[in-house]
Write a protein that binds this ligand. Structure first.
Ligand code: URA
Length: 234
């Protein structure tokens, strides 16, 4: 939203007075005087009028190595959640970008940037997600073909986008999917008569789980990792 409208909406000043406040140098944007009334205010732009802060939000983007046993939720009475693994001062600000089942491990993204995380997780964005999968039974020779053709998910009444399966061992593979529906990987293997016994997410888009992170550890994303989400997908 442009700066003059932003001030008008967030204060009791009229639109005309908001423009004047900007033009007369009474408005600071990210710590500097801004005299352009059409300056575009972003979700994380700090805006102050005559020293009073109207908006101040710091963006947070974290990758977390989720251990098995933690719930992908912000709070739960019964189970430990992934938010229990980050510093308490950050917890109220963060949401989860792409859940994992309690029995799954690997890459989880925590952020307060909803627009950015939707890009990463919404099925229509087709962001690739790669999982290392262990199965109960040997992975059949036709599983890769079935996954390329797509698996029909009755509840959603849709067929999954072509997914890529790379065999690692008899009961182990790497699978890249492009949606991220509820229990998608487990349901895909169930559809071909198999069962997932362990699931670990390695990658979302171009963000790969940092090998230096032990289960339970997290780190801020780099500028390159954050920017990659706007470049990848579709
Ligand atoms: N698919 C699943 O079945 N479980 C997960 O945790 C993630 C993807």
């Amino acid at each position: 939203m442009r700066l003059d409208r932003f001030i008008c909406k967030r204060t009791r000043h009229s639109y005309k007075h908001s423009r004047l406040l900007v033009a007369n140098g009474h408005v600071c944007v990210d710590g500097k005087t801004e005299c352009n009334p059409v300056y575009e205010v972003g979700r994380f732009t700090t805006v102050a009028v005559e020293g009073v802060i109207l908006q101040q939000r710091t963006p947070h983007y974290l990758m977390l190595h989720k251990p098995v046993g933690y719930l992908s939720a912000t709070e739960d009475r019964q189970h430990r959640t992934v938010l229990d693994l980050v510093t308490p001062d950050l917890r109220p600000h963060l949401h989860i970008g792409g859940r994992l089942d309690r029995s799954s491990s690997g890459l989880i993204i925590l952020t307060n940037d909803g627009l950015w995380s939707r890009r990463l997780t919404e099925p229509r964005e087709k962001m690739p997600k790669t999982y290392r999968v262990q199965t109960l039974k040997p992975i059949g020779a036709d599983t890769a073909r079935r996954f390329v053709e797509g698996i029909y998910l009755a509840y959603e009444n849709l067929t999954t986008s072509p997914a890529e399966l790379e065999h690692i061992d008899t009961c182990e593979a790497r699978l890249t999917i492009y949606e991220g529906r509820y229990h998608q990987v487990k349901r895909m293997f169930a559809a071909v008569g198999n069962q997932v016994t362990a699931l670990h997410r390695e990658r979302m888009g171009d963000i790969r789980l940092d090998r230096a992170l032990a289960p339970g550890q997290s780190r801020p994303l780099s500028e390159t990792e954050i920017a990659s989400v706007w470049q990848k997908g579709l």
